[in-house]
Ligand binder design. Structure first.
Ligand SMILES: *Cc1c(COP(=O)(O)O)cnc(C)c1O
Length: 449
């Protein structure tokens, strides 16, 4: 096995030395096929030897420009020095006691930091978990106890996870839900704001959402409205201005707990600590995971102290929730975000990508929409001049980038969105090079007809 050290000292370059995937990756893939359940997929089956900054190096020595960050997780880069240092210290001191058995300060400090970083200066508290889906489940548990109500409202194109309750909350059937029912009850879906497809203003879209809640659920039955401020897996959809503030106002007026699922959009990804800051509204609860801990598994629910404290002692927790090593990683990641001002970097990345993609759209009319906030940017691929989704072209663009050493991801209810989630520490040179590659791949598709 290659033992290249990762982290930011890794050469920041795109370098292909074999075909993709190379012989060593293909060999590992054979072993994987025999040993790993086939229900677990991989976007690009090159096996990783090291990663850092804006690149991933595989076991054959190929170096890919990383536009995925392990799905918006390694925002501070892989093996960021402050994360490595704190994790190394913690792992040598103790690895686990279970916070519910014998507590430790790292957990407390992560909760303090999250209360401080989430918007609003009201009293806040937090609880820590292992995965995003677990955080969403716990936000629902807390909202139900607090309100004494059952119903949970989610929207079209939502993604909230793969556990039983969160599958019910996720919109897209294939691959997330197909065959996995029956699903949890008391989950209701309302339309969302999708400017490229519905052409509605934020106020109009909010009125449509609220009408469905009022008429089909009844406001007084609703424990929580759970929504992603920028819808992630559903297609990087940014609701029209005014949509989210109107929903928050409705929730506040009706005693409904408003939960911002910021698992993908939070922790500097959109150029602010949390995407809710763009329009200045205050969620009651926020779910946090992905980018929070530099790649280690950690998740949180953070929000109004009086809501968080509704639950009886022992009602929240889990064996590993807020594991000390994951907490040390989170403190290192948060420190890195502050010192390197990754919010500013995310805004710079967004500006660079949007400018390049808008220029591409002129010569490549399959790009129907360029959208996103900060370093959460996507293009929606359609049949030129229409809004008809073209998932085949989106898949070809993505596969073409992979062959040329750029790791891209697709998403979207229709599978036709190409999304860009680089580590926030990726250099501008690498991002420009990745956009050059995408431009060439798009041009080759046009030339091939
Ligand atoms: C990824 C994601 C989840 C689920 O997180 P896991 O850690 O995969 O369980 C939930 N909500 C949103 C918005 C996400 O992007």
């Amino acid at each position: 096995m290659t033992t290249t050290a990762g982290g930011p000292s890794l050469p920041q370059e795109r370098r292909l030395v074999t075909e993709v995937p190379g012989p060593k990756s293909r060999e590992l893939h054979e072993r994987r096929t025999a040993a790993v359940a086939s229900g677990v997929g991989s976007t690009l089956p090159v096996y990783v030897a090291a990663a850092g900054g804006g690149v991933i190096v595989d076991v054959d020595g190929n170096s890919f420009i990383d536009l995925a960050s392990g799905i918006a997780v390694t925002s501070v880069g892989n093996s960021a020095p402050e994360v490595v240092e704190r994790v190394t210290e913690q792992v040598a001191a103790f690895t686990h006691t279970c916070f519910m058995v014998a507590p430790y300060d790292g957990y407390v400090e992560v909760c303090e930091q999250l209360a401080d970083l989430t918007p609003g200066d009201h009293a806040k508290k937090a609880a820590l978990f292992n995965s995003g889906a677990e955080a969403v489940e716990n936000a629902v548990k807390i909202a139900r106890v607090h309100t004494g109500r059952d119903a949970v409202v989610v929207v079209d194109h939502a993604y909230h996870g793969r556990t039983n309750l969160t599958m019910a909350m996720t919109a897209k059937n294939m691959p997330y839900k197909e065959g996995f029912g029956p699903f949890a009850g008391e989950v209701y879906r309302a339309p969302v704001s999708y400017p490229f497809r519905d052409g509605l203003t934020g106020a109009e879209a909010a009125a449509r959402t609220i009408d469905v809640i009022d008429k089909q659920v009844g406001a007084s039955n609703v424990a929580a409205i759970v929504i992603e401020p920028v819808l992630g897996e559903g297609g990087f959809i940014v609701p029209a201005p005014g949509y989210l503030p109107a929903l928050v106002e409705y929730a506040n007026a009706n005693g409904i707990v408003f939960v911002a699922d910021e698992i993908q959009s939070g922790m500097c990804r959109t150029g602010t600590w949390f995407a809710s800051e763009h329009e200045g509204w205050l969620p009651d609860l926020t779910t946090v995971a992905k980018g929070v801990a530099g790649g280690l598994p950690l998740a949180a629910v953070v929000g109004r102290a009086e809501i968080m404290d509704s639950v009886h002692v022992g009602g929240l927790g889990g064996t590993y929730g807020g594991n000390p090593v994951a907490c040390a990683a989170a403190l290192g990641a948060i420190q890195t975000m502050k010192v390197l001002d990754l919010n500013a970097r995310a805004l710079g990345i967004g500006e660079l990508l949007k400018r390049r993609l808008a220029a591409m759209a002129v010569t490549f009319p399959a790009i129907g929409d360029v959208r996103g906030q900060g370093a959460m940017i996507a293009v929606e691929i359609v049949e030129p001049g229409t809004t008809t989704p073209d998932p085949v072209t989106a898949a070809r663009l993505s596969a073409g980038c992979h062959q040329e050493g750029v790791l891209t991801l697709t998403c979207g209810t229709y599978g036709n969105v190409l999304r860009f989630l680089p580590p926030l520490v990726a250099s501008r040179e690498l991002l420009h090079e990745a956009m050059d590659v995408l431009e060439d791949v798009a041009a080759a598709l046009v030339a091939a007809g």
